[in-house]
Design a protein around this ligand. Structure first.
Ligand code: AQP
Length: 352
């Protein structure tokens, strides 16, 4: 069966969005609006898998929504909403908790990284996070999921869950009128561009993240010109006396590779062209990275300045943001409800 092409993705309101979220996911989200029906969610149920201050969470949900719109998501064309207002996500996640296998979840590297050494103290929600993510996507039978590279493994799990559900309930899926026995599609990851994994400015081996304690490790969409300039100026590089002369050499120098990748994504060029800027400016001094850092600062300020101003303007009217989320939730539920009703019939629940 050919499933209708539909895009779903989300971000957690666990702090202010950063350049990694913007370049890794948001740029694709914006582009996909031109060609697809898109559903973009503020995943607040995911956020509480680690402790969130309730007083700050509401504000963070509105800020992420404002950031979505300021970056270029159109609430008329796309569906924008927060996850907790559409209970179908949580309902389907429970069914998927019963479809997914412990062994599958045990392999998830994000849980291992986030739980760290204190595993026994991690929430159960953090452990079953990938089941909820599969439910987010499949509650809409979404076929395409634009994400950063770090979400690849979770997407593979969503595909496994879709397949196992189709296999386990094949007979009942057919009885429900799906002659080919396929109820859920296999959602495709959309991971493209020169910055699918933006790394920390302080450590080229760790991804840029909202929850990293050092604010110097990331550029936030809310950072002003001075903060952006300061963070890029202090961004870690290396002690090599010359710039890498080709992409192969660049790969072996993670911090430099990261800055070149970020510059390429912001300037809309290839990584090779961005490396060309580093090579061409390396003699300017005082450091071989001064020219690239200057160009990178200019590009970041040019791109993020207007976004920041628009977030501030939108946050002036929280009631309007709540209205957009309420409207988006209604439209999202109109798609998810009938899918969930069918899931209940297939699984064997009685419903009135
Ligand atoms: N560093 C990154 N580079 C590229 N893409 C990234 N994404 C996140 N960090 C990077 C992508 O942004 C989308 C939303 O991510 P999220 O908010 O759901 O959570 P996350 O992946 O766990 O991101 P953070 O910033 O690291 O949040 P915390 O610190 O709260 O866990 C996803 O598509 C993600 O791939």
């Amino acid at each position: 069966m050919a499933f209708k092409e539909r895009v779903f993705s989300g971000m957690q309101p666990t702090g202010s969005l950063h350049l990694g979220n913007y370049l890794g996911a948001m740029l694709q989200w914006i582009k996909l609006q031109e060609t697809h029906e898109c559903i973009y969610c503020v995943v607040d149920l995911h956020a509480i898998t680690v402790w969130q201050d309730p007083g700050e969470l509401k504000d963070a949900i509105r800020k992420v929504t404002a950031a979505y719109i300021a970056c270029g998501l159109d609430p008329q064309r796309s569906i924008l909403f927060n996850q907790s207002q559409v209970s179908e996500h949580a309902e389907l996640a429970w069914v998927f908790n019963c479809v997914a296998r412990l062994g599958w979840l045990n392999r998830m590297t994000q849980f291992k990284e986030k739980a760290g050494k204190d595993r026994e103290n991690a929430s159960v929600g953090l452990y079953v996070y990938p089941d909820l993510m599969a439910a987010d996507i499949l509650a809409y039978k979404a076929t395409h999921v634009p994400v950063g590279d770090d979400q690849k493994q979770h997407l593979e799990l969503a595909r496994d869950i879709a397949q196992k559900f189709n296999n386990d309930f094949g007979k009942w899926i057919e009885k429900a009128g799906h002659a080919d026995g396929l109820f859920f599609p296999q959602p495709e990851p959309v991971i493209t561009g020169p910055a699918t994994r933006v790394m920390s400015l302080r450590d080229g081996t760790k991804k840029m993240s909202k929850s990293e304690p050092s604010d110097m490790s990331r550029i936030n969409l809310m950072d002003d010109t001075d903060a952006i300039a300061d963070k890029i100026k202090r961004a870690k590089t290396d002690m090599e006396p010359a710039p890498p002369s080709n992409l192969e050499e660049l790969k072996a120098r993670p911090e430099v590779d990261n800055l070149v990748g970020i510059y390429a994504a912001l300037a809309g060029s290839t990584k090779e062209e961005a490396l060309g800027v580093l090579i061409a400016t390396a003699k300017e001094g005082p450091s071989i990275f001064t020219g690239l850092k200057r160009a990178l600062t200019e590009a970041a300020v040019e791109k993020l300045g207007p976004i920041r101003a628009e977030i501030v303007r939108l946050m002036d009217d929280p009631a309007e943001i709540d209205r957009i989320l309420a409207d988006g939730s209604q439209r999202a539920r109109a798609i998810a409800r009938p899918i969930l009703d069918e899931v209940k019939d297939i699984v064997g629940f009685v419903r009135s």
